[in-house]
Design a protein around this ligand. Structure first.
Ligand SMILES: Cc1cc2nc3c(=O)[nH]c(=O)nc-3n(C[C@H](O)[C@H](O)[C@H](O)COP(=O)(O)O)c2cc1C
Length: 190
């Protein structure tokens, strides 16, 4: 179901959502996977530093298994049916050794583009912070200087009957947001 927006917005934005019921028979083609990564690649970033690095596994391969094993148990329970798992790590320092204070922000922009490209192709992309960074660093041999930021489960939405009762209820609940009056401190009346 599309989001209940106060005015019409671009349909892809209204329809994007983060379901947990995924069809475990679905695979993405190499061209589709490349397109998601290409969409991320063209995200804006501070000074065009592009401080994002992707580790992508397809269900059944060792990268997928390693990312899955880094997830917290609740997330493992549903994300095991994803077609892809992608871990995004941020480059924390600039070339001169100083801190890049916007690497997380920039990673979020890249992930947003990745997510919307996935949804535009009929897939869903569900982001997760519920994973153990140290486990991911060890299992994926993530280089020093890269910090895991988020894991994304990509797949095709399926029926809620595969979920436990509580998770199914969350899936079926209306998607909600704070009202604009709360999040816009100045400027809504223009
Ligand atoms: C940074 C981030 C971390 C998240 N972590 C998790 C998570 O660990 N497990 C989970 O099931 N969902 C997670 N989510 C999904 C959010 O719960 C979801 O985006 C939010 O409830 C809004 O729902 P919607 O994406 O369907 O609009 C995360 C989303 C973001 C952006």
């Amino acid at each position: 179901m599309s989001a209940d927006t106060s005015v019409p917005i671009y349909p892809l934005l209204a329809e994007r959502k983060s379901p947990r019921s995924l069809d475990e028979s679905v695979t993405l083609s190499p061209d589709e996977i490349r397109a998601l990564l290409e969409a991320a690649r063209w995200a804006p970033s501070a000074n065009n530093l592009q401080p994002w690095r992707f580790f992508v596994g397809q269900r059944g391969d060792s990268v997928f298994t390693n990312i899955l094993e880094s997830l917290r148990p609740f997330n493992q329970g549903w994300a095991k049916r994803a077609s892809l798992l992608a871990l995004v790590a941020g480059v924390t320092k600039n070339e001169d050794g100083s801190e890049n204070n916007s690497y997380m922000y920039d990673c979020g922009l890249a992930v947003s583009q990745f997510t919307l490209e996935a949804h535009s192709r009929g897939y869903v992309a569900h982001q997760m912070a519920g994973f153990e960074k140290d486990v991911a660093i060890g299992k994926l041999s993530i280089a020093p200087g890269l910090i895991p930021v988020v894991v994304i489960a990509i797949g095709k939405q399926s029926g809620v009957e595969q979920l436990d009762e509580a998770t199914a209820q969350r899936e079926l609940a209306p998607r909600v947001r704070k009202p604009l009056e709360e999040i816009v401190v100045i400027g809504l009346e223009h």
